[in-house]
Design a protein around this ligand. Structure first.
Ligand code: SF4
Ligand code: MG
Length: 333
């Protein structure tokens, strides 16, 4: 299937006291109908700014979006706000993490659920309510007619997230952007919500961009994954290859920090150090300060994203020219 969205050399920068700083730095990716692409990285790696760029939600007074975001032939990177308003919540929908969700406390679930149908499709109240009930049932919420009259505070966190998914899916978007959709939920509810999204993805052929810091979510949901670090893609490939054979030292670290339920560890492994502040370091590999394999050239020369076996790509001097001994013998113990 040809991609529903194709992002080419996307670069989103923000004006600061130190000048214009790129938070997303020349990234490329695409998602096809029915496909779930994972975008993974720690907070501050640019993954949320990527989704805001696609949605046209980067404030033009402080931020600048360059490159191409081709959605059904149009470049959204330079689309007008009027056009974006037609697309948002209709052709491209978004689900946020619970604390950021935009369920409005003063409106009923019914009012909020039917709004996009009334705005984008000019549906009447009754017709929209019928569809809202259908959607609530589809996301596994019982007593749907009653729910329509309730307010967000009357629902549990898991129910609210189901409502958010129903809201996002009600106009049958071609692309769904899910930004940490289950992070705020407890483990059981998280599993249920992921299961639900997988199910909806199968039924509707909606393409999903799954943004998460959690590789467990990627393993559960995605076919392909891109790993972001400090605004750049450092590794990409199909999920099975990346999990079986992670190439970039950062990806190796992320995989080692997945909690393993079978082996109870005292403490979670985590990669020492933090994601650098955007723009703080321009030369060399951004990961070098945290990398156990850093060589002298890593400090002075920026590696490119190069092709590797099995369609994997990696941005690391250990794999120059698609060869490279890699790090597997020494890094994974
Ligand atoms: Fe580590 Fe060098 Fe590879 Fe960067 S380029 S990840 S510093 S080995
Ligand atoms: Mg984020």
């Amino acid at each position: 299937k040809s991609p529903i969205i194709e992002v080419k050399q996307l670069r989103t920068s923000f004006q600061t006291d130190d000048g214009s700083i790129p938070v997303v730095n020349s990234i490329d990716f695409h998602v096809s109908p029915g496909e779930v692409l994972g975008v993974v990285g720690e907070s501050g790696c640019g993954k949320s700014v990527t989704s805001l760029s696609i949605m046209g939600l980067v404030d033009a007074r402080t931020g600048k979006v360059e490159g191409e975001i081709l959605f059904k032939g149009d470049n959204l990177a330079d689309a007008s706000e009027k056009k974006m308003r037609k697309i948002r919540g209709n052709e491209i929908a978004m689900i946020f993490q619970e604390p950021m969700t935009s369920l409005n406390p003063v409106f009923t679930i019914g009012q909020q659920l039917t709004e996009s149908l009334r705005v984008h499709r000019k549906w009447g109240k009754k017709q929209a309510a019928v569809r809202a009930v259908e959607m609530l049932k589809l996301v596994g919420l019982g007593r749907a007619e009653e729910l329509l009259k309730q307010y967000p505070h009357q629902l549990s966190g898991g129910m609210r997230q189901r409502v958010m998914i129903a809201m996002a899916m009600i106009c049958e978007p071609e692309l769904l952007i899910a930004d940490e959709p289950t992070t705020a939920l407890d483990v059981t509810i998280q599993a249920q919500i992921l299961e639900l999204m997988k199910d909806l993805n199968k039924k509707t052929d909606t393409a999903i961009l799954m943004i998460t810091h959690d590789l467990g979510v990627v393993a559960e949901m995605c076919q392909r994954v891109i790993v972001m670090y400090a605004g750049r893609i450092v590794e990409e490939g199909d999920v099975r290859s990346v999990f079986q054979n992670p190439l970039h030292p950062y990806t190796v670290g992320l995989i080692q920090s997945i909690p393993d339920m079978r082996v109870k560890k005292d403490r979670l492994y985590s990669i020492p150090g933090n994601v650098p502040k955007p723009g703080s370091q321009n030369l060399g590999c951004q990961f070098a300060p945290r990398c156990a394999h850093a060589m002298s050239r890593c400090i002075s020369e920026t590696p490119a994203l190069t092709n590797h076996e099995n369609g994997q790509k990696v941005r690391c001097w250990l794999y120059e020219d698609g060869k490279g001994a890699g790090i597997h013998d020494s890094a994974i113990s």
